[in-house]
Write a protein that binds this ligand. Structure first.
Ligand SMILES: Nc1nc2c(ncn2[C@@H]2O[C@H](COP(=O)(O)OP(=O)(O)OP(=O)(O)O)[C@@H](O)[C@H]2O)c(=O)[nH]1
Ligand SMILES: [Mg+2]
Length: 399
């Protein structure tokens, strides 16, 4: 990933959904003025979701997602529909394309969008091909069934595209832009000390994304930022004229830093900041309470957002399972999923521990939290669970 660009996970994800041949790909191409997606009159042209990061003037950094038609058939078709469903879980704003009078499939998808509280912009596509009579009848039906005033759009002559952009702007979910990592904790001129071990997990020659984003956010808030590895913590503290206002540490060295920090300095971890920034901190703190109820018979699911080759010191694969087994017994079962894999039914698990999700957008994490909630499974993340397991959750400054 090029760090000059807005990370994909921070972009407004705009998903387009509709039947095969309804003109989804054409609409994305016309809307962006680019040939992003393949277009043809063969139903099922788009198979895997197509992701395109771009700046939309007036909206900002977006991620456009073109999807396979949700009415696809056959075994392969069903697999494509599953991918479309997965894209839905990342979608901040949806464009739902209506193209024909039978609205049974659209009804099903509208229901899912509503359940997931995703704002929807209804459009009738290919308006240049439709008679006024046909258009009115279809829009009337959409109004009756969904209470939506559909926009008329044509990818061919460009009509309705300006309205579509206005509607997108109006439907950006509340709080999407407001997301700041440290804004609730700091004021200008605050000295903030970052403890960032560059261990085996750190990529060679680079900093990991949460560290980079936190530094940027602190600079934007006009803080004085100092970064050290754990070994230099004492030197850093003695070099400062007064204790730092805030210390942000990697959660792996949380106890070490907690023991050494000046009493006045507030302490938090990157994972806890990102739990709030990328999910729901309160849900994770509530979920962490389930740790106390675990036993040697419990099943724990570890969910990692990125797929990477297992490392010896791996936090999700090695460290957290070892901490859990040490406390609750070697028989405690730990399963691991990574990337897009996530069980449809989480109820067999007593706890889900999610990674910091730097590669996921907030909506994606929130949809997993929502699913876990509905299935009655406690969920927390790496940082919150480590803080809980090491008995320091009570000492973390949550803001
Ligand atoms: N006249 C006209 N034709 C359109 C318009 N939008 C799409 N088409 C045509 O409709 C056909 C299907 O368009 P696509 O954009 O590939 O449709 P899609 O929804 O992406 O289809 P799948 O990828 O198969 O799901 C193509 O032949 C397009 O040229 C439009 O606004 N006006
Ligand atoms: Mg397509």
């Amino acid at each position: 990933m090029e760090l000059q660009q807005t990370p994909g996970a921070n972009r407004l994800h705009i998903g387009i959904f509709g039947r095969r041949n309804s003109g989804k790909s054409s609409l994305i191409n016309a809307f962006t003025g680019q040939e992003i997606a393949l277009v043809s009159d063969v139903a099922g042209t788009t198979t895997d979701p197509v992701y395109k990061a771009m700046e939309i003037p007036g909206i900002g950094p977006c991620m456009l997602i073109d999807t396979a038609g949700f009415d696809d058939v056959g075994d392969l078709g069903q697999m494509r529909v599953e991918k479309t469903r997965a894209a839905l879980r990342k979608t901040d704003v949806a464009i739902l394309v209506f193209s024909q009078a039978d609205l049974s499939e659209e009804q099903e998808w509208a229901k899912q969008l509503r359940q997931q509280k995703i704002p929807v912009i209804a459009v009738v596509s290919q308006s240049d091909l439709r008679s006024a009579q046909e258009m009115d009848a279809l829009k009337q039906k959409i109004r009756e069934m969904f209470q939506w005033d559909a926009l008329e759009v044509s990818a061919k002559d460009g009509s309705g595209l300006e309205r579509l952009k206005e509607e997108l702007l109006r439907n950006i979910p509340e709080g999407f832009e407001a997301a700041s990592i440290v804004g609730h904790l700091v004021s200008p001129e605050d000295v903030v000390l970052l403890v960032m071990p560059q261990d085996i997990q750190a990529p060679k020659g680079r900093l990991i994304l949460p560290q980079v984003q936190t530094i940027r956010d602190l600079l934007d808030h006009r803080c004085v930022v100092m970064s050290v590895t754990a070994q230099q913590l004492d030197s850093a503290l003695s070099a400062l004229a007064k204790p730092p206002k805030l210390i942000i540490t990697d959660s792996q060295v949380f106890p070490y830093v907690f023991e050494r920090k000046p009493e006045e300095s507030l302490l938090t971890s990157f994972s806890i900041l990102f739990a709030a920034y990328k999910g729901d901190l309160q849900a994770f703190v509530d979920g962490a309470k389930a740790i106390d109820a675990l036993t040697g018979e419990s099943r724990v699911l570890i969910a990692e957002a990125c797929t990477h080759a297992p490392l010896e010191e791996d936090i999700g694969r090695v460290k957290i399972p070892a901490m859990l087994r040490k406390r609750f017994g070697a028989s405690l079962q730990v399963d691991l999923v990574s990337g897009a894999d996530f069980p449809a039914d989480t109820s067999p698990y007593d706890l889900i521990i999610h990674c910091g999700a730097c590669m996921f957008n907030r909506k994606h994490v929130l949809s997993r939290i929502e699913q876990a909630k509905q299935q009655g499974t406690p969920i927390c993340n790496y940082g919150v669970s480590i803080a809980k397991l090491t008995g320091i959750l009570d000492h973390v400054f949550l803001g």
